[in-house]
Every structure is written in structure tokens, then in C-alpha cells.
Design a protein around this ligand. Structure first.
Ligand code: GRF
Length: 218
């Protein structure tokens, strides 16, 4: 009897994530590893890529998770692509959408279906260096510090209430590869940590700013 109650509790509280990717999926892997290690109380319900050949889909398959490639070429317009994406998210009972290297703007149809429940990861300290080449842009600008941002997504690329940021120093002899390596290492730790805050229901938005609630208040 007790065991049944515990299992039900686990099922009811487990946050179901829909992870969106476009590429290698090393952040997806970090999320999967955190779940497997018991450090993230969530289930990756589905992984969806707008690039059907993304290696991240293979990582999902290896973990026994539904992996779906939606090729934008097969949809006449953004609206029908977003409808297909939303269908897959709902079909897999996703509570929270996690963009992890997803290089396509999410339409309002999807954002409206998950209000304040779509996260994005960015390899710079937003609002500095938005866009697809943030690490290269920071290096070229000669900044001494860049970093990683996790934020709630809105309809503008790399905008929306910031949940967490962590600085990464740019060293005098950094190349793109050496800096990218340190930025990615921070991403792989920070994103699962933020997702755990979400899983603990500690992230809320007030006046377009994120509030992180104390654990004890939940
Ligand atoms: C990450 O640096 C993410 O911040 C950026 O794209 C990269 C994706 O890497 N938007 P991966 O596919 O998770 O390895």
C-alpha cells in the first residue's frame, strides 16, 4: 500500500520536459545524465529537432526517449510547422518546453500554449551577444567576461525574463575552441540546476522579472 502511494506521488509530481534541439545535443545529454543521477526530478518525455539528422536525436533514442525530427522543409509555412510541433508536445504530455541548442524561433502558438513554461539557454550574458554566434562575437569584441544565461523565452530571439546567469572569464590566449569548451561546461551544469528549481516549483515571474522562491516556502 505504502509503495503504491509513493509511486503515485512520483508520477504526479514528475515534471515532463519536451526538449527541443537542432544539433549535437550535449546539453540534452547533461539533462539526461542529471535525471539518471537523481539530481533532476523530471522526465524527458520527448526530444524534437527541426533538423532530422541532429545527433541529439540519436542520444534520445539511446536513452529510450521518443525522438522526433520535424523538417521545416516539409511544412508550407511557420504556422503549420508550429502546429506539428505543438501536436507532438501535447501528444507526449509535456509540461515544460526546454530549448537546448534549438536554433529556430518558436512561434506564438507554442509560446501561448506554455505560458512562462518555455526555457532557453544562451552561451553569453544576455542582453550582450544575442544571436547564433554568441561565443565568437564575445571573443571578437574583446570582452574580459562572457558566460551563460538561462531565461524564459518570449517571441523575440534570446529575450525574456532571466532565471540564471554565470560568468565565464575570457582569457588572454583564448581561441574559439578553448572559450567554447569552458562556456559549454558551465551550460552543462547550470541548465540542469535551473531545471531542478523549476521541478521544485520555485521559479515564478513578477513584473516580467523572475523570482526564485526559497525551498522552504513550497
Ligand atoms: C549551446 O551552446 C547553446 O547555448 C546554443 O547552442 C549550443 C548547443 O549545443 N544555443 P548542444 O547541441 O547542446 O551540444
Amino acid at each position: 500500500m505504502f509503495q503504491v502511494a509513493v509511486q503515485l506521488d512520483t508520477v504526479m509530481n514528475n515534471l515532463r520536459l519536451g526538449v527541443l534541439i537542432s544539433g549535437g545535443g550535449s546539453n540534452l545529454q547533461a539533462i539526461l545524465d542529471s535525471v539518471a543521477a537523481g539530481q533532476l526530478d523530471a522526465t524527458v518525455a520527448v526530444v524534437i529537432s527541426n533538423k532530422p539528422d541532429a545527433y541529439g536525436l540519436e542520444r534520445a533514442r539511446q536513452a529510450g526517449i521518443p525522438a522526433i525530427g520535424l523538417d521545416a522543409k516539409n511544412y508550407p509555412d511557420r504556422e503549420s510547422f508550429d502546429r506539428a510541433l505543438l501536436y507532438e508536445l501535447h501528444r507526449n504530455h509535456v509540461d515544460y518546453v526546454v530549448m537546448a541548442g534549438y536554433m529556430r524561433l518558436l512561434g506564438t502558438r507554442v509560446l501561448d500554449a506554455f505560458p512562462h513554461c518555455v526555457l532557453n539557454l544562451h552561451p553569453a550574458l544576455l542582453p550582450a551577444f544575442p544571436g547564433a554566434h554568441a561565443i565568437r562575437d564575445a571573443l571578437n569584441a574583446g570582452v574580459r567576461v562572457t558566460g551563460v544565461t538561462v531565461h524564459i523565452a518570449n517571441e523575440v530571439f534570446d529575450e525574456g525574463p532571466i532565471i540564471a546567469q554565470e560568468a565565464v572569464p575570457v582569457l588572454p590566449d583564448d581561441t574559439f575552441d578553448s572559450l567554447a569548451k569552458r562556456v559549454h561546461a558551465v551550460e552543462h551544469r547550470l541548465y540542469p540546476e535551473v531545471l531542478q528549481l523549476v521541478a521544485e516549483n520555485r521559479v515564478s515571474v513578477k513584473n516580467n522579472k523572475v523570482v526564485i522562491n526559497d525551498k522552504s516556502k513550497n
